[in-house]
Design a protein around this ligand. Sequence first.
Ligand code: SF4
Length: 93
Amino acid sequence: VKIEEKLYQNRYIVDESRPHIQIRNDAVCKSCESQACTVCCPAACYSKNETGSVTLATDGCLECGTCRVVCQDKENIQWDYPRGGYGISYKFG
Ligand code: SF4
């Protein structure tokens, strides 16, 4: 089974009014050489954009915490768990 097919098994309830992850400062992303979040996120929530910065879409976030770890030295990611009732539901636990 492909990873995309496994991810498709998950369900996600988006908290439109309060994203659980936010980029603190766009300028920090622009000056970041590696932009590691754009390659390490298993759900591809981060993408390089045309301004040279990073766009974040939290829909589909697996709440793994990887982005928070790779951005640890710059501390440019505000990361909280979603509110109760929102976020990922794993079909297989
Ligand atoms: Fe991606 Fe994991 Fe960060 Fe969610 S917590 S945005 S799945 S790296």
